[in-house]
Design a protein around this ligand. Structure first.
Ligand SMILES: *Cc1c(COP(=O)(O)O)cnc(C)c1O
Length: 355
């Protein structure tokens, strides 16, 4: 039980909510009336403030713009059947945020600032949570360095913010995936496991090349041998081979420890599938495909929940799948969405009430 965090609140005088058709919104384009802002100055977290969503005024010399000390999280809030706001597993995102912070030599954010700040912000802007099937409020906590100094060293000063974006269903048609055997996303010893801003900029070139050739995303291979599959865009990946679901393991520190990944592992086990977290080679995948035992391939992440993969292009071949016939991925996706919307009981305590 955390004591109520003292947050200085300045309410917006005019809500922009009425300007928006909440039933018809794209992903990540609109923001709610308020935001949370907390500065880290001289070694201390200062007064948390919730104030009207507004631009920031930043120095051109601000360190984050030059050397990339910047991290973020992605979380979703929903309303349950009674209209109460609830957030999906935010504590897991809080822990991961500070793992990213540590790796980027940034200060850890105290739990009350992250969690209470988020809850109070979501509660204040609860009218912005779309109350429609598969809609949600996307929560974006982030932090960046703010020293005004063009010198390569960790900043002394940082800014932590949370902004909220009402979002429609993340429509994801079954994807065509290019297996990327040239460019890499991460390597052992690197920052692949951190939700660090630079990881995403670094991935854009290869992804754009794949898009040019008609693919939706790339499937990254390991950075040492280009032998083991890693993850896909901003999604972890699962392969169902025979009666086992296999997802790449985390111990190399090259992939994100996805909250959706963890949740899907739990739900697959409940569906009586064996789940293995281990290195999975492209050879094994192609071999299983040729033997007819590779049954389902899908990505998992907060934005789309589960995205089915209908084609994997690798080694001058196209591995194709009839996603309409799949048994597990669509069912798990439905179940996860039902838990989040409160349509079925939340047996694992994944939904945190906002109060
Ligand atoms: C955020 C992210 C994921 C998915 O994590 P979730 O917690 O499930 O949203 C997977 N891979 C990368 C690279 C990511 O940035």
């Amino acid at each position: 039980m955390t004591a109520a965090l003292d947050i200085l609140l300045t309410r917006s005088l005019h809500s922009r909510l009425s300007d928006l058709d909440l039933d018809n919104i794209p992903f990540g384009k609109h923001y709610t009336d308020h935001m949370l802002e907390v500065d880290f100055l001289d070694g201390q977290w200062r007064q948390p403030v919730i104030k009207p969503y507004q631009h920031l005024s930043l120095a051109p010399s601000m360190a984050a713009l030059h050397y990339g000390q910047a991290i973020f999280e992605g979380i979703k809030a929903y309303v349950d059947a009674d209209g109460n706001p609830r957030i999906f597993r935010p504590l897991d995102n809080f822990y991961r945020f500070n793992i990213s912070a540590e790796r980027m030599q940034m200060p850890v954010v105290p739990e009350d600032i992250f969690m209470e700040g988020m809850k109070q912000l979501v509660s204040l802007d609860r009218a912005w949570i779309p109350n429609k099937k598969d809609h949600s409020l996307y929560i974006r906590p982030f932090m960046f360095s703010t020293d005004e100094l063009i010198g390569v060293r960790p900043s002394d000063n940082y800014k932590f913010l949370i902004i909220l974006s009402p979002s429609g269903p993340y429509y994801s048609a079954p994807m065509r995936i290019h297996v990327e055997e040239q460019y890499i996303r991460a390597a052992p010893g690197g920052v692949g496991y951190a939700k660090a801003a630079g990881n995403y900029g670094a991935a854009m070139y290869a992804t754009a090349q794949a898009r040019k050739h008609g693919y939706d995303q790339v499937l990254w291979m390991d950075g040492l041998e280009r032998k083991y599959v890693q993850e896909c865009g901003t999604m972890n990946v699962f392969f169902i081979i025979g009666d086992t679901a296999i997802t790449p393991s985390l111990e190399q520190g090259t992939i994100l420890n996805g909250v959706t990944r963890q949740s899907v592992i739990t739900l697959l086990q409940e569906a009586h599938l064996r789940v293995e977290e281990r290195p999975l080679s492209l050879d094994e995948i192609v071999e299983a495909y040729d033997q007819g035992t590779l049954k389902e391939v899908f990505g998992t992440g907060t934005a789309a929940t589960i995205s089915l993969i209908k084609e994997l292009a690798c080694r001058e071949r196209e591995l194709t799948f009839e996603v309409e016939k799949w048994q597990y991925a669509p069912a798990i996706k439905q179940k996860l969405m039902d838990i989040r919307a409160g349509r079925i009981p939340d047996l694992h305590g994944w939904m945190m009430p906002v109060g």
